[in-house]
Write a protein that binds this ligand. Structure first.
Ligand code: BT5
Length: 244
């Protein structure tokens, strides 16, 4: 049917769900194997990190895939970055647009978000669900007002609709490649946040500095104004040099 090796080998398709991540978690608990994916046309309660709302109207790609890596490994935090890289590679290959990743879980075109990743970990049952949202055939005007200014869509960028089937097929191949690299321990993360001046916002602090690198666990190494460095494992990141 398609060239998927592991990820996306088995796909469950739904028209409307609350969140594909919830369905994938349920399937994983029921024993679904690595690579099983859930795709929905619409999400009624799509979510981002920290239970933020993720707007998921018809026309987008809303999917979740079950992975069963060693969830005790600290490298697990690389997975959102790996997914972001796979998404950016897919968009650049198919549409020749300049999609790039922003640490820790966004894909941008220009300085607007076209895609986001939500990974959820179940250490007891040893699985991880990687949720991916890609704004494909959506008009920006369909988003709630607070999202319009910060989001873009493929339709908006290309001036036409794209084939969701082709997009999903290519995405699974890229994800598969990246996940294989992850498994081999030799994964190369591309992240456009590196070498930029950034502001990091977490629930407990805000910091400004220069992003130096993403370490082998997915943490961001930030050089502060006074020359010291700080290792940051999560948060929101603003690129100060292009207001993204
Ligand atoms: C994310 O969170 O970017 C993760 C998004 C993951 C969505 C997928 S869809 C399939 C799966 N099932 C789910 O329920 N979720 C996953 P975060 O970095 O926290 O960004 C959330 C913020 O992005 C919101 O607070 C809004 O400001 C903004 N936002 C909401 N909807 C958006 C959209 N469609 N496009 C761009 N930005 C959006």
């Amino acid at each position: 049917m398609n060239g998927h090796r592991t990820l996306g080998q088995k796909i469950e398709h739904f028209t409307s769900v609350d969140s594909t991540n919830d369905i994938a978690k349920r399937l994983a608990r029921e024993g679904a194997g690595e690579g099983t994916a859930v795709i929905a046309d619409i999400q009624e309660k799509g979510r981002g990190r920290l239970l933020r709302e993720w707007s998921s109207p018809l026309g987008g790609v809303w999917l979740s895939v079950i992975l069963r890596p060693d969830t005790t490994s600290e490298r697990i935090s690389l997975l959102p970055l790996i997914a972001g890289n796979a998404i950016a590679n897919t968009l650049n290959k198919l549409y020749d647009i300049d999609a790039r990743t922003r640490w820790p879980n966004d894909v941008l075109i220009g300085n607007k978000k076209v895609s986001g990743v939500l990974t959820e970990l179940d250490t007891a049952e040893n699985f991880i669900v990687v949720g991916i949202g890609i704004n494909a055939n959506i008009d920006v005007s369909e988003f709630p007002e607070e999202v319009r200014g910060i989001a873009t869509t493929l339709k908006e960028e290309m001036g036409r609709e794209v084939s969701k089937e082709e997009l999903i097929d290519c995405l699974f191949l890229e994800l598969d490649d990246m996940y294989e690299q992850y498994g081999s321990g030799l994964v190369e993360i591309n992240c456009s946040t590196i070498n930029r001046r950034v502001k990091i916002i977490t629930e407990t602090y805000e910091l400004t500095g220069t992003a130096k690198e993403v370490d082998e666990t997915g943490a961001l190494i930030l050089e502060l104004e006074d020359g010291t460095t700080k290792r940051i494992i999560g948060g929101d990141c603003i690129h100060l040099d292009d207001s993204a």
